[in-house]
Design a protein around this ligand. Structure first.
Ligand SMILES: N[C@@H](CCC(=O)N[C@@H](CS)C(=O)NCC(=O)O)C(=O)O
Length: 246
């Protein structure tokens, strides 16, 4: 029995939903309400002390961290394998996963919060906002830096630069190869990055790659054609459907 605790519009949750649908696995979709702080409630922190989504609970055992969950699912349900078989291929896949976690996954948060999620906090006093920040085990500093005024132009520029770097790396990998990031095999790397690229497109930043990364444009179009994509992006899972995007 598989249960996924997640937010509809969270990119890390979308990674895992893509993988579950790709593998054709049945799961209980437990949607937490972020506005109500359900991911910070003691019952959830007992599963995931980081106070973030997603968490996968498999036969009663919680597995946390979206890239860890992807590898776990591939190990436990290897029938449709999404990792290379050889150690070098697996190392290359993990290199992509670590890069995606360290660079684009972090970067997308900055425009996401400035253009949309900050609105969830606009009615709070400074003190209430500080308490909201402090209640987040892993995100206290991020929220405090954002404050009620949002991230600075310089922080947004840095984030956009990191997305551009990601686009260039993906373009180089896909150039003369593909159709997927690691070549012929559709892997966890494709699922790990698709939600970040989709998010940036949704926020109005496709221009970062659209004019000179044709292989990335084609890759995203191919991703969207996979049956798992529409299942993952059901109604109101994109930020633009939930917030007016400036
Ligand atoms: N390393 C974690 C990061 C998960 C994460 O940051 N999740 C965000 C949503 S995409 C979250 O739960 N944020 C909670 C908050 O901002 O309070 C993973 O990959 O699962």
């Amino acid at each position: 029995m598989i249960e996924l605790y997640n937010f509809p519009a969270s990119t890390c949750s979308q990674k895992v939903r893509l993988c579950l649908f790709e593998k054709g696995l049945e799961f209980t979709d437990t949607i937490l309400n972020s506005a109500k702080g359900e991911h910070l409630a003691p019952e959830y922190l007992a599963l995931n002390p980081n106070g973030v989504v997603p968490t996968l609970v498999h036969d009663g055992v919680p597995i946390i961290d979206s890239s860890v969950i992807l590898e776990y699912l591939d190990e436990v349900f290897p029938e449709i394998s999404m990792m290379p078989k050889d150690p070098v291929g697996r190392a290359r896949l993990r290199k992509w996963l670590r890069f995606f976690e360290e660079v684009p996954t972090v970067a997308v948060r900055f425009p996401t919060f400035n253009q949309a999620l900050i609105n969830n906090f606009k009615n709070l006093s400074e003190e209430e906002f500080a308490n909201a920040a402090d209640s987040r085990p892993l995100r206290r500093d991020f929220y405090r830096r954002m404050g009620l005024d949002g991230f600075s132009g310089a922080e947004i520029e840095k984030a956009l630069g990191d997305i551009r770097l990601t686009a260039e790396r993906m373009e180089a990998a896909l150039e003369g190869a593909g159709p997927w990031i690691m070549g012929a095999q559709f892997t966890l790397a494709d699922m790990a990055i698709a939600p970040s690229i989709d998010r940036m497109e949704d926020l109005g930043y496709a221009h970062l790659w659209h004019s000179d990364c044709p292989n990335l444009v084609d890759w995203l179009a191919r991703m969207k054609q996979r049956p798992s994509y529409d299942k993952t992006y059901y109604a109101k899972t994109r930020i633009s459907e939930l917030y007016p995007i400036k």
